[in-house]
Design a binder for this molecule. Structure first.
Ligand code: ADP
Length: 480
């Protein structure tokens, strides 16, 4: 049977920490196995003093050993010196017994220190690499802008000289390509600036309704050209003038509206702005951009605001885009103290909403809100629309249910536009109308769907004779 002392000795020799005891004069009176191994001593350790092992915190004074740093019991980080005078970092704690003997327990921090240094180094290297990457992206995109604008300038000049419609159409296509490329370059530049924290907002006074009119005129033609209805409503209690970054608010709205237009082929698109809160000279504006388009399923909604995310690759092939737009919108809105959300159902439409805080010039602040102080927020009781409110108000159920008056009228309208586009040799537009027709006939009987599919294939093949033949057949079938 082991004695208590033997048990203690065995335990002491097997702990991972160094345990060293020393007396008032600094002589070592006990050292466990770990201490001897790590310090490269054997029994001769008893011929040495604690000052030799930890010269950083002990010294002799009048023949007695003295601790030069923090209080006893505290954890101390110090270097321990081996017999050959090399050293390693340890973390130690000291306790003094009643007879003046001190016990020091210390563990080797070599591995931890190494890992911390390594992590710091990796972190620094990653930061440098990130900076180089951002600068590279910013430089390349900036450099790309010059040739694109050069091409654009020349195309505009050529268009002035040209009168042949076929050549004009090609020139217009190149012009559109340059515009798309510029938009992509701007997105990448904004994104890299936002990522590197170099993006700042500019606050200026501007006319809110003029800005909204500008947005409306930017999109109205394209939306109505697609046969969609477009409405915009602005709450009357929003002041005429506000102070904020007009350019960036326009950018967010433009992005949401372009997406709404891109992903909607039947129904309507609407924009609504209401004032939801006021705090002294600041107001919260709430924007809604709604569409009756293809919608986004619940799983994909989570990925939407992440960079480079497009719901699926086939969508990006069909509709184009870099998947940066919504991420930039989210970052811009957050810089304006707001948030962006989406409510959507596959096949039903989407509703993007965001709120931002803007300032109001002193002479525009509503009397009721003056003197309310910074602390009190007045929330307006504005009823906020839901997606289903919007889709049912847009009459989407009637429009989609095959055979209803609204549905047949819409099919006929799109068919006429399709055949007109084919006659004008605009196959891209014709394909757009055939996509809309596919949605309008989604709930039709199988023979109608088949007839439509034949028409769609003829459009895809750009076969004029076949399109007119299939068009007649399809039209007869729906008129029966
Ligand atoms: P991109 O610049 O490629 O359009 P965005 O970040 O603006 O990128 O949009 C990312 C993806 O989100 C789109 O490719 C599309 O799949 C989906 N999306 C965005 N807005 C809508 C919408 N109104 N209806 C349906 N899908 C949408």
């Amino acid at each position: 049977m082991m004695t208590k002392e033997q048990i203690m000795q065995t335990a002491m020799d097997h702990v991972y920490d160094m345990v060293i005891a020393y007396d008032l004069t600094g002589d070592i009176v006990f050292a466990n196995r770990t201490a001897k191994d790590l310090l490269d001593y054997q029994e001769e350790i008893y011929n040495h003093t604690i000052v030799e092992i930890f010269p950083g915190i002990f010294r002799f004074s009048g023949g007695m050993v003295q601790l030069m740093c923090s209080n006893e019991g505290d954890s101390i980080e110090v270097d321990a010196y081996r017999a050959n005078r090399t050293c390693f970092p340890v973390q130690m704690r000291l306790t003094t017994n009643q007879d003046g003997t001190c016990v020091c327990v210390a563990f080797d921090r070599t591995k931890e220190t190494y890992l911390t240094r390594k992590n710091e180094q990796v972190g620094q290297e990653a930061q440098v690499a990130e900076k180089i990457k951002s600068e590279f992206v910013a430089n390349v995109t900036h450099e790309l802008r010059t040739p694109v604008n050069g091409i654009l300038g020349n195309i505009l000049e050529l268009k002035e000289m040209e009168s042949d419609p076929a050549k004009m159409r090609i020139l217009s296509l190149v012009e559109r390509g340059c515009g798309d490329m510029n938009a992509i370059i701007n997105n990448i530049l904004d994104f890299s600036k936002l990522e590197s924290g170099k993006f700042t907002l500019e606050k200026r006074e501007f006319e809110f309704r003029t800005m909204m009119e500008y947005i409306k005129s930017n999109h109205k033609r394209k939306i109505t050209e697609k046969g969609l209805e477009f409405t915009m409503s602005i709450a009357p209690d929003i002041p005429e003038k506000i102070i904020g970054d007009e350019l960036r608010i326009v950018q967010v709205l433009n992005n949401l509206l372009s997406n709404a237009c891109k992903f909607t082929s039947v129904g309507s698109i609407a924009v609504e702005v209401v004032k939801t809160a006021q705090m002294g000279h600041r107001i919260e504006l709430f924007f809604l951009v709604m569409d009756t388009g293809i919608g986004i399923n619940k799983v994909d909604q989570d990925k939407l605001f992440k960079s480079f995310s497009q719901v699926d690759a086939s969508i990006s092939r069909r509709y184009g885009g870099t998947g940066l737009g919504l991420n930039i919108c989210k970052q811009l809105v957050e810089m304006m103290d707001g948030d962006i959300h989406v409510e959507s159902d596959e096949g039903q439409g989407s509703m993007f909403s965001f709120q931002i805080w803007v300032d109001v010039p002193a002479d525009e602040v509503e009397q009721s809100a003056v003197g309310q102080g910074e602390a009190s927020v007045q929330r307006s009781a504005v009823p906020i629309k839901t997606l289903s409110d919007f889709t049912s108000a847009s009459g989407m159920d009637e429009l989609r249910s095959y055979g209803s008056k609204e549905n047949l009228e819409e099919i006929n309208r799109n068919l006429n536009k399709l055949i007109l586009s084919v006659e004008m040799d605009n196959w891209e537009k014709a394909e757009g109308f055939s996509n809309t027709l596919r949605e309008l006939t989604a709930l039709a009987p199988q023979e109608i769907k088949n007839a439509f599919l034949r028409l769609k294939m003829a459009v895809q093949r750009q076969d004029y004779d076949r399109v007119t033949e299939q068009y007649e057949q399809f039209k007869q079938m729906i008129e029966q």
